[in-house]
Design a protein around this ligand. Structure first.
Ligand code: FPP
Length: 239
């Protein structure tokens, strides 16, 4: 196997980093950077059909982000609620199906209600699959999946001999999604920070210096072009 028959990235996952630095460089509070980041989310989601991206997964809030100041955490939660309220109509009209991954237990009920409603409202859409990772951590997801699987074994619904790398991912938050082809991280950091650990086993990675609030449709198109010229082997030797 050399290149995949179609070398476009259909599922792109993005670690949206650099909002804080973007704001600090302008002498503004960090939350201003997050607000600019939310604007970019809108633009990038809208660009997906044009760029041939059918699945976009974005890291909005990690299980580690609770360690930030109370002001920043509260501001981010307000921003997520505002984004859902303000964007729901357009997302629905533009054919975007929205899903959320991550542990909802720790999130405030008002936010969880908005998330549930948006998922339900857009469930019939098929043009773009937008997945927002909120209170998400890859290890946490795998541990929660293992817990659910153990319950099924204990209840006699699953034989331990059936557990393998095809059945296990059915317990992950992403069970309905294809694996990402490409994982992008903005802002110059070359780390994956607990994002989609299981799912990105064969993904290509792209670490770019651009800060998330500067990540335009053109920057996105450039990243996708570079992906198109790479060779993916999935462990095989080129023939
Ligand atoms: C990382 O930048 C960014 C976040 C923790 C939040 C991501 C949130 C958004 C892009 C806002 C909108 C999202 C949605 C879904 C509406 P950072 O704060 O760690 O930046 P820094 O490394 O420069 O400090």
């Amino acid at each position: 196997m050399t290149k995949t028959s179609d070398s476009r990235a259909r599922h792109v996952a993005i670690i949206m980093d650099g909002n804080g630095r973007w704001a600090q460089m302008r002498g503004r509070p960090r939350l201003v950077g997050h607000h600019m980041g939310a604007k970019r989310v809108k633009e990038i989601v809208r660009a997906c059909p044009d760029l041939g991206v059918s699945h976009l997964t974005i890291f909005a809030f990690s299980t580690e982000n609770w360690k930030r100041t109370q002001t920043e955490v509260a501001g981010l939660m307000r921003l997520f609620k505002r984004y859902i309220r303000r964007e729901a109509h357009d997302l629905l009209a533009e054919g975007v199906r929205v899903r959320f991954i991550g542990d909802r237990v720790k999130l405030e009920p008002a936010l969880v209600d908005l998330m549930d409603n948006l998922e339900l409202m857009t469930a019939g859409n098929t043009k773009v699959n937008l997945t927002i990772a909120l209170n998400y951590g890859g290890r946490d997801e795998v541990a929660r999946a293992a817990r659910r699987l153990a319950h099924d074994v204990a209840a006699g619904k699953l034989d331990p001999r059936q557990i393998n790398d095809e059945t296990f991912p059915k317990y992950l938050d992403t069970y309905v999604l294809p694996d990402p082809d490409l994982v992008v991280r903005t802002s110059g950091e070359a780390r994956i920070s607990n994002f989609l650990l299981w799912q990105s086993a064969y993904a290509e990675y792209e670490f770019i210096d651009t800060l998330w609030p500067d990540f335009t449709k053109e920057v996105f198109a450039g990243v996708l072009d570079r992906f198109g010229s790479r060779e993916r082997r999935f462990g095989a030797v080129p023939v």
